[in-house]
Design a protein around this ligand. Structure first.
Ligand code: CP
Ligand code: NVA
Length: 313
């Protein structure tokens, strides 16, 4: 992936997944290195963040490099200055740009005009860094990826899109249960099914959350109202009322099923109070793994130290 952008999981191929996982496992064990000394990452964010911002900043530090955070108020992408000019100016100072945007198209313009790799740190369409880190968490908890079944319950949003594509590439059966009008996008379902035809798994979409979680190995949910959709939160609470992940729903999954959520969580909405405190919940391991997977991505994209390839499976 050296020098390439990561705007979507579709920018990866099946071979990239084991490579990134093995590098992340290696870097997680290794801790601090100096492989990216003299490298600088710009973080350009149009929306708030805890995990993504901090995990990218610490990842760069642990790799011997440096990160500069630019808040929404500082840059004003497309407001104070055109997106194309921001891309061209930043390219003269830094070695890569990680951007969190409302419109996915803003990322595409950044990537078009930047001379350095652009990483999607969440857009309205996808959250690829989250999905890749989640594959690492699933692998750590289950000891394998291929042949597992993941049930995603809730909004067919950015997190769901990247998770669906990543699951299809990694050989995980993916089921999505969403209310009518809030499903994952058709074009991305078709793309995931193309990947799934090669990896031999199934991508299925349905309305009934009970059907989705039945005997699943992984239950995954995300907020009903994403950043930027706050005006719809009341309407969404009504539409998603039957989609809360609670003890009753979890009992339909495999006994050793794990429960995942990218955080931040809205307790009492998509997750019942207390459910993320149960032993099945792996949400804080997910949050930690954001950093380890992003170290693997950065090391790969910025062409740092060639790490010995360790088989992860
Ligand atoms: N999961 C995630 O991306 O969290 P932040 O919005 O805090 O970065
Ligand atoms: N779907 C959520 C994910 C936050 C990490 C959002 O976009 O706000």
């Amino acid at each position: 992936m050296k020098g390439k952008d990561l705007l979507s999981i579709a920018d990866l191929n099946r071979e990239d997944i084991p490579l990134l996982l093995s590098r992340a496992v290696e870097l997680k064990a290794e801790g601090w290195t100096s492989s990216l000394s003299e490298k600088v990452l710009a973080l350009v964010f149009e929306k708030p963040s805890l995990r993504t911002r901090v995990s990218f900043e610490v990842a760069m530090r642990q790799l011997g490099g440096h990160a500069i955070y630019l808040s929404p108020a500082e840059v004003g992408l497309g407001v104070r200055e055109s997106v194309a000019d921001v891309a061209r100016v930043l390219s003269r100072y830094v070695d890569a740009i990680a951007a969190r945007t409302f419109a996915h198209q803003t990322l595409e313009v950044l990537a078009q005009f930047a001379d350095v790799p652009v990483i999607n740190a969440l857009s309205d369409l996808e959250h690829p860094c989250q999905a890749l880190a989640d594959l690492l968490t699933i692998y750590e908890k289950k000891g394998e990826l291929e042949g597992l079944t993941l049930a995603y319950v809730g909004d067919g949003n950015n997190v769901a899109h990247s998770l669906m594509l990543a699951s299809a590439l990694a050989g995980i059966n993916f089921r999505a249960a969403s209310p009518s009008g809030y499903e994952v996008r058709d074009d991305l379902v078709r793309l995931a099914r193309d990947y799934a035809a090669e990896s031999g798994v199934e991508i299925t979409c349905m309305e009934d959350p009970r059907q989705a979680v039945y005997e699943a190995d992984i239950i995954y949910t995300d907020v009903w109202t994403s950043m930027g959709q706050e005006a719809e939160s009341e309407k969404r609470r009504v539409a998603f009322a039957g989609y809360q992940v609670n003890g009753e729903l979890l009992r339909l999954a495999e006994e050793d099923a794990i429960l995942m959520h990218p955080l931040p969580a809205h307790y009492g909405e998509e997750v019942a109070e207390g459910i993320l405190e149960t032993p099945q919940s792996v949400v804080f391991d997910q949050a930690e793994n954001r950093m380890h997977m992003q170290k693997a991505l950065l090391a790969d994209m910025l062409g740092g130290l060639e790490l010995p390839l360790m088989k992860y499976g």
